[in-house]
Design a protein around this ligand. Sequence first.
Ligand code: FEO
Length: 165
Amino acid sequence: MKTKIQDLLNDQIKYEASASMQYLAMASWADNKGFSGVADFFYAQSEEEKAHMTKLVKFVNERGGEVTIPQLDKPLDRFENLNALFEHFLKSEMFVTEQINKVIFECLQLKDYNVHNFMQWYVTEQLEEESTARTLLDKLNIIGSDKTGHYLFDRDINTIATATE
Ligand code: FEO
């Protein structure tokens, strides 16, 4: 595996790990505020990101590369409201997509079609996750600061999220 590609994949391991910790912090915030539906959604997202990270760790090892398990920055754990929480969710997913696109770009530049092929799974996954984040934020923007709306959003979040997949 080329060093540049290995470095990018190690960076990606860090981004997926950071997303996992970020979503765990978001789940915990929601849990504490009594939004149990939102909390469950982010607990599950956190597990998904962990799986994305592990998939990369295994792939780099299988290819004979060297994995660096990263040190992570502290995630944001205070949010003004649900809207701020989901704005951060979308921002995080958009960042990850951008980084995946960078890996794809370098794979093509360096003609590493094997890693390029492997990364297609992440491209599809990101499309879905970004679309879910956008839909949920759009709903919250419609709801605004209405408390009943937030109650219903929390109750129905899984139905709204799965409708986008
Ligand atoms: Fe695996 Fe949504 O980043």
